[in-house]
Ligand binder design. Structure first.
Ligand code: GDG
Length: 483
């Protein structure tokens, strides 16, 4: 258990800052996003540590940059330097060419190159080494995501001591049919069971995990029921929890009421007058189902000509992993489909798809969230999907419809208010667009209120609190109390 002096030590693939080239020199940009925002007060409160790859191994004096950025953030930042080969075999290879597609059920996109596995374990060992050097008595360790499933084992084998080790998987866990194809299925499960607590986004993910334990490590016994259960294997107990990640709901609700966001929202809509905006916001990723969505939109226009001139699909695609060939091919496919659909349907004064391939500022994004009448969020599979929750938090007028894939983790919490669709079913997705378009203001309000309540109730602070309680029997406020 953690002593009163215990700090939180967070380990993730990337640090919450990015060291980047700027002209002839280098700069450090602070990270944004829910996880950093939510973790920051806890890390500051007790003087915590965040360990991760700084992103630019070539930058000189990286230690000085991180000390400076850490002083500003109010907690320590420790970099794990990766060589170019490690970046290729660990990050691009094992993480992005094997684990990412496999865990999203996309087996045929996997490149099971055996060379990647060695590097995965070795790099996890590097993170564990930096972790060991950073620890003080009583500290609690919280490791994030699929890049770092072997850190607990490496940490313990390097003599890291008896600190409580928790792990959260942000992406889905696949069913046995898929997971059993992985050549390293047994060591990965054994590595995961070296953690004291494993958190999953949904019941479905945890069930898949326990089914894989039964299938691969026949000796693993599962006990208990409810939010946290336990798995026993090789004389150790690992607790398995379901903790759906949330957003900083109050922040999104508050910010979307500001004059800046209101005027952006007004500007967006006055440029697209007399029509409903259908919004898609995704990182460039084949798991997000962007081509399927474009096809569904085309099917809706073909089948329901009343939508012509009355809807615009605003599709924002945020550049991501452009060094991976699969992602470049996806970009080409999206460009082609958008061109094809716009070529087919554009009329004087109306273009059906407004497509942006870039990152927006927070205010711009919130402007779209606030003003779009419909959000079309149809990943083929997704751990959670925070965009869906952010959209609901920003829909302050409650005149908005969320169309959500049943394969997004968020569907477990938002299924009651959203229109759920199977993203592979083009006709059904097209019908959902038409249904959303015609939905009455009363039904929109009832559904959106339900959605907003769900996002508010289990927000990011609820999530951290639930995990800390399960990990070390402490509540969030206890971390903040004597900082
Ligand atoms: C992984 C899992 C899980 C998007 N466009 C812009 C922008 N964003 C922000 C959104 C949101 C985040 O990026 C995307 O989060 P998601 O949850 O949708 O997706 P992943 O990046 O795939 O995240 C996922 C998540 O981890 C958390 O556990 O939900 O399933 O795959 O916060 O707001 N931000 C800005 N400009 C943009 O253009 N500033």
């Amino acid at each position: 258990m953690m002593g009163a002096e215990g700090r939180l030590v967070v380990v993730s693939n990337r640090l919450p800052v990015a060291v980047e080239r700027e002209g002839d020199g280098w700069s450090v940009r602070p990270g944004s996003g829910g996880l950093v925002t939510a973790m920051a007060p806890i890390l500051r409160g007790r003087g915590g540590v965040w360990i991760g790859w700084p992103g630019a191994s070539g930058a000189p004096e990286i230690g000085r940059f991180l000390r400076q950025a850490g002083a500003e953030a109010g907690y320590d930042l420790r970099g794990v330097p990766l060589t170019a080969e490690e970046e290729r075999h660990f990050y691009i290879g094992f993480c992005n060419e094997i684990l990412w597609p496999l865990f999203h059920d996309l087996l045929d996109r996997c490149n099971m190159d055996p060379i990647y596995w060695e590097t995965y374990r070795a790099v996890n060992g590097k993170y564990a080494g930096v972790l060991r050097e950073s620890m003080s008595p009583g500290d609690m360790i919280w490791v994030h995501d699929y890049h770092l499933m072997a850190v607990a084992r490496e940490f313990r084998e390097q003599g890291g001591g008896e600190h409580p080790l928790s792990f959260f998987l942000h992406i889905p866990f696949p069913p046995p049919d898929i997971f059993l194809k992985l050549p390293w299925r047994a060591p990965i499960l054994e590595d995961l069971l070296r953690y004291d607590l494993i958190g999953f986004q949904t019941e479905r993910d945890r069930r898949n995990f326990t089914h894989c334990l039964h299938a691969v490590l026949r000796a693993a016994a599962i006990r208990g029921k409810g939010r946290v259960i336990s798995a026993e294997h090789g004389g150790r107990t690992t607790r398995l929890g379901v903790f759906p990640i949330g957003i900083d709901y109050d922040y999104f609700d508050r910010e979307s009421r500001t004059d800046e966001v209101a005027s952006r929202a007004w500007e967006i809509h006055s440029n697209l007058p007399k029509r409903q905006i259908i919004l898609g916001v995704d990182r460039l990723d084949y798991t997000k189902g962007i081509p399927h969505r474009l096809q569904a939109f085309r099917a809706a226009l073909l089948k329901h000509p009343e939508l012509i001139q009355r809807v615009t699909l605003v599709q924002i695609v945020v550049p991501s992993r452009e060094d991976v060939p699969e992602y470049r091919a996806l970009k080409t496919e999206i460009d082609r489909l958008v061109g094809e659909i716009n070529g087919q349907f554009t009329q004087h004064g109306w273009v059906p798809i407004q497509y942006m391939f870039r990152s927006l500022t927070r205010d711009q994004l919130l402007g779209y969230y606030r003003t779009a009448e419909i959000a079309l969020i149809t990943p083929l599979k997704d751990g959670m999907n925070l965009v869906a929750k952010e959209y609901c938090a920003c829909s302050i007028e409650e005149n908005a419809v969320l169309i959500l894939s049943e394969f997004a983790g968020a569907a477990a919490q938002l299924g009651g208010g959203a229109l759920l669709v199977n993203p592979y079913d083009r006709e059904a997705a097209a019908d959902a667009i038409v249904r959303a378009f015609h939905m009455s203001p009363e039904e929109r309000r009832t559904r959106m209120r339900r959605l907003r309540r769900a996002c508010q109730k289990q927000d990011i602070f609820w999530w951290i609190d639930a995990i800390l309680r399960a990990a070390v029997a402490k509540e969030l406020h206890e971390f903040l109390a004597d900082g």
